[in-house]
Design a binder for this molecule. Sequence first.
Ligand SMILES: Cc1cc2nc3c(=O)[nH]c(=O)nc-3n(C[C@H](O)[C@H](O)[C@H](O)COP(=O)(O)OP(=O)(O)OC[C@H]3O[C@@H](n4cnc5c(N)ncnc54)[C@H](O)[C@@H]3O)c2cc1C
Length: 489
Amino acid sequence: MFFRSLQNIGSAAIKQKRYIQSSSTLFSEERENPVWRTIRILAEDLQFRKRKYPVTQEDYDLVVSREFPRHVDIVIIGGGAIGTSIAYWIKKFTNYDGVSLIVLDKDPTGKKCTTAISMGAMKQQYSLPENVEMACFGAEFLRHFKKEFGAEAEINLNPAGYLQLASEEGAQSLIDSLKLQSEFDTRSVPLSPEEIKQKFPYIDVSDIAVGSLSAEKQGWFNAWEVLTHLRKKAAKIGAQFYTAEAVDFVAEKRSDIVIEGMPPGSYQTVNNLNVKLMNETKIRTVQFSHCIIAAGHESVNIAKTLGIGVAPGMLSVPLPIEKRKRFVYSFTSASHTPGVNSPMIEDFTGLSIRREGFGGMFLVGAAPHPDVAPPSDSEEDKTAFFNDVILPRLSARIPSFKDAKLTGSWSGDYEFNYYDGNGIMGAHPYYMNIHFATGFSDQGIQQAPAVGRGVAELILDGGFQTIDLTRLGFNRFIVEKPMFQVKVS
Ligand SMILES: Cc1cc2nc3c(=O)[nH]c(=O)nc-3n(C[C@H](O)[C@H](O)[C@H](O)COP(=O)(O)OP(=O)(O)OC[C@H]3O[C@@H](n4cnc5c(N)ncnc54)[C@H](O)[C@@H]3O)c2cc1C
């Protein structure tokens, strides 16, 4: 009886544990002679012991460089919200030692990523079912954040709602999107201009045809805090983070693999990534089974090192990502209006407006077309852009903002998918062990939880298990099936 229960527990544990789907094999490599390796490590240890504490940068570099693995199951390039979320989910689905996983990010501060400067908007007003489902899951994940990450995991979630405003031109798209959203229980409702005025008297509705308000599960949060806690937890459950730049891949010709349409013997696989650790000049090579490229707008440069977008045939189709500037301005307004219960507002003129704290401070974000953006990132140009372009639109929508006093600004480049404005997830059709998770344009933060879970499912289970995100794969660029997200104008 006792033996049978043990057997049951054992087989249940085996069933629950997920293993990596090995779409590729690790090839043999030249390894350091074990005797010399032991002597080298002992010598380094002795050197290390002689040093006085506190630990110096040199000591730290030595430890990091010694620990840096020569082979892992999974390497993730990019430690922003997307890469870190993938690391978290893969480690959550496997046990501590189940899958070896490293995350590489070249930024030692961790603060230069786009994630760190996001406005943290959380909305479900999308026109593609995949985006609505991902947003719903993201909202649930953030609502229960403390349950998973502990009581101290404060992400300043503000579920004050999200109000989308459409002009006459964009009204039908907004109504159509609302119909789709109702299938997913988002509780978004249409509002006439009169209803908007009644609920939010501070809004000028003279040029508004219709609005969509979702007061539940939507609002905003602190994206930097989400990233910090995801990273902490991922590291705790076994993901290893390194300050390192992914330089390029080592391709290997495979004469044993024949691909239709390609000359025999020309197919190449990649299982080795060249990496430069911070404070090192030499290049190290890490062997991997799967690699996930989640490097924001820089993913396109990494893709090029694989020939994607530059080589002929199947590889000629580029990763359609370019960097796009997005600006955020903080300002005060003496009127303290909109007040505490005001939703985040997305205006058809391209502005996103929300409160920041409770002291009459507000944020306005804009991703202008490159033709009308400030010519440079200098404070002068950004201020002029605020006064000449942003403020007139802002005070036209909310007249009490006429007195807006600019208190700060920042800008950053996000990963704009110029093909159809949506995320790109999953394996490249040529390199089956190279996966993309990028191009989420201006919706990356709130989609990060669902993207992380989806990529983990793809790699561990060989296919999506929860939300079917197949249509967001790279293949759509090859078969020319865009997945447009309707922009409400
Ligand atoms: C001003 C602004 C406001 C935004 N507001 C919102 C919002 O309200 N809601 C929302 O959902 N989205 C918003 N976005 C978009 C969102 O921030 C992005 O979609 C999201 O942060 C993308 O995350 P990521 O992990 O893909 O990229 P990132 O956060 O940029 O991370 C990519 C990382 O890859 C690293 N990297 C690059 N190349 C290499 C290499 N060769 N080797 C190693 N590491 C490398 C970089 O150092 C970087 O840390 C906003 C964007 C901006 C710019």
